[in-house]
Design a protein around this ligand. Structure first.
Ligand SMILES: Nc1nc2c(c(=O)[nH]1)N(C=O)[C@@H](CNc1ccc(C(=O)N[C@@H](CCC(=O)O)C(=O)O)cc1)CN2
Ligand SMILES: Nc1ncnc2c1ncn2[C@@H]1O[C@H](COP(=O)(O)OP(=O)(O)OP(=O)(O)O)[C@@H](O)[C@H]1O
Length: 194
């Protein structure tokens, strides 16, 4: 990637974060409800039966997503794992067993208090919900810039479903060699296979 493209990626990230912060609370709540309502369709579209493992994330700040989305998956019988940040190493994972079993983590995150299962737990996923700032129509994802998911996802064979707002599914994002492509994008309007 040229320094020009890297600059574009950094600028794009700033623009996307600012746009997210400007979303009014009512719209955030409506988006969260629509995503929680749509997540089971997404899982069904990939033929993942209850009992299967879904690696998910717990939304922080203005990110799309919610505890309710995790609870929908759990109530439907899926095993839900959440990431644990371990410095610059690939993400660790532990089971989400309810909002009571979370503790504060880095970057304002809440992380599961259960036994850490190790980075390879991600390989047991039947589907991975991936946080993103934006995704393009080729599946290129831009995240917060820590590289956590790009370092973690190479062990996964399962569908990778980025979760963004509808305006964050865009035509074209800059791509780097380490960027792992998404299989589909879940937005409040539904699942988009890319
Ligand atoms: N929900 C979620 N979990 C995730 C990620 C993510 O993007 N979203 N990550 C993706 O790799 C890893 C952690 N990376 C993160 C990097 C930066 C911030 C962040 O900017 N936090 C804000 C606080 C948000 C708030 O409280 O409003 C900050 O530190 O200012 C969060 C997570 C693993 N878990
Ligand atoms: N597979 C990898 N191995 C080693 N370093 C990596 C890998 N993937 C990404 N990185 C490092 O992480 C940095 C951030 O990457 P990138 O901008 O793609 O993050 P991101 O996908 O936006 O972040 P995140 O995954 O945390 O949401 C890169 O500059 C790179 O140095």
């Amino acid at each position: 990637m040229t320094s020009d493209q890297l600059e574009r990626k950094t600028a794009e990230r700033g623009r996307l974060l600012a746009a997210r912060r400007a979303v009014p609370a009512a719209e955030r709540a409506a988006d969260a409800a629509a995503l929680a309502a749509g997540v089971l369709d997404a899982v069904a579209r990939f033929d993942i039966a209850p009992g299967g493992t879904v690696c998910a994330y717990l939304a922080v700040g203005a990110e799309p997503g919610s505890i309710a989305l995790l609870d929908v998956l759990r109530s439907a019988g899926y095993r839900v794992l959440l990431p644990i940040v371990v410095g610059a190493a690939p993400l660790d994972w532990a089971a989400y067993t309810g909002e009571h079993a979370l503790r504060p983590g880095p970057h304002g995150l809440r992380e599961p208090t259960g036994e850490p299962l190790g980075p390879l737990a991600l390989a047991s996923a039947a589907l991975v919900l991936v946080p993103a700032l934006a995704v393009d129509r080729r599946g290129t994802r831009i995240g917060k810039g820590g590289g956590h998911y790009d370092r973690s996802l190479p062990v996964v064979d399962a569908p990778l479903v980025a979760v963004v707002r509808d305006v964050e599914l865009v035509d074209d994002l800059p791509v780097e060699p380490h960027d792992v492509r998404m299989t589909a994008v879940l937005t409040p309007s539904g699942l988009h296979v890319v």
